[in-house]
Write a protein that binds this ligand. Structure first.
Ligand code: PSU
Ligand code: MN
Length: 302
């Protein structure tokens, strides 16, 4: 291993003998969920995997060390300290300064790949923002997914983003996208988005076989597995549409721009849905972790 990377002993042991491992991101813990629920959620995410016989590897940067797999104390630090959000371009600065931070989908994918981890579960991916044709605001998640051969399970991208443009960019970047038991891309809180996908896979074994083909073809692009919540568990669509419209209107009225927009929209949607969007957010992460565990297990059998 050539990178300055610290792989937790249980993760390293599992990787060495081909037992299933799933990477988890830490920005969802530090920035995506409120305290104190975030620590309980982070612990639950890990135990959902352990219960499946899969080794969890939560990824973060602590005191300059790029870590794959955290101790309980380290997980607590990510949940309770005010750490910055780190994408790939931030890693050299954090490493050089001995700093700490939570990793986005991009930085988590980068570190997981270097640690030899092939499957990663998150809530939603970053994507193309509304108005990106003016602002150029597109998440670095997309670029990194075009460079890292990881399989990432998500419930698509949030409807506060431009979902159609995000799918177009994933196509341009050569990122493989499959629907998990669906031919429609989900929109995070909702199980559908109206955007059709070219490919659907029925189960974890089918995903593992696409991963194997990608390796045989020596491709080093990500495989995005779009995993919708069952419709019975999604946010009520009428409530979703009302809250989204109102949140976008308020952000516009306040003249918010740049990186203030997303946190404002997300918090406003939590408020306007009386916390329901947050409960759905947790169910999404858990649903993705369960599927990622199944994929890692199927992969370990190949
Ligand atoms: N989407 C969510 N919750 C999140 C994020 C995205 O539903 O917490 C986080 C992820 O870590 C993702 C990052 O990688 O936001 C993207 O941020 P940006 O748009 O600044 O690249
Ligand atoms: Mn951005």
């Amino acid at each position: 291993m050539s990178l300055p990377l610290s792989v937790a002993p249980d993760v390293a042991d599992a990787l060495a003998v081909g037992r299933p491992v799933v990477a988890l991101e830490s920005t969802i813990i530090s920035h995506g969920l409120p305290r104190p629920d975030n620590l309980a959620a982070a612990r639950r995410f890990e135990s959902l995997l352990s219960d499946q016989g899969v080794v969890p590897a939560t990824i973060a940067v602590l005191d300059g060390e790029l870590k794959a797999g955290l101790t309980p104390d380290e997980l607590e630090r990510i949940a309770n300290e005010d750490v910055p959000k780190l994408s790939v371009r931030d890693l050299p600065v954090a490493h050089a300064r001995g700093g700490s931070g939570a990793t986005t989908v991009a930085a988590t994918s980068f570190i997981a790949d270097h640690a030899g981890i092939r499957v990663f579960a998150t809530g939603g991916l970053g994507g193309v923002h509304r108005g990106a044709s003016q602002s150029f605001d597109e998440s670095a998640d997309l670029k990194t997914l075009s460079e890292v051969p990881i399989t990432v399970v998500s419930a698509g991208v949030k409807s506060i983003l431009d979902i159609g443009a995000t799918l177009e960019r994933l196509e341009s970047l050569g990122v493989t996208v499959v629907g998990y038991g669906t031919d429609e891309f989900p929109s995070f809180w909702l199980s559908s988005s109206g955007h059709q996908l070219d490919w659907s896979v029925p189960d974890a074994t089918a995903v593992a076989s696409v991963m194997d083909s990608r390796d045989q073809l020596e491709m080093c692009t990500a495989l995005v597995v779009a995993n919708p919540l069952p419709e019975s568990e999604q946010l009520d669509p009428a409530l979703h549409d009302r809250a989204l419209e109102e949140a976008l209107r308020l952000a516009d009225e306040k003249g918010l721009v740049g990186k203030e927009v997303t946190p404002f929209l997300l918090q406003t949607i939590v408020d306007l849905t009386g916390g329901q969007s947050l409960a759905v957010n947790l169910r999404i992460a858990e649903n993705n972790i369960r599927v990622a565990g199944e994929i890692a297990t199927a992969w370990s059998k190949l």
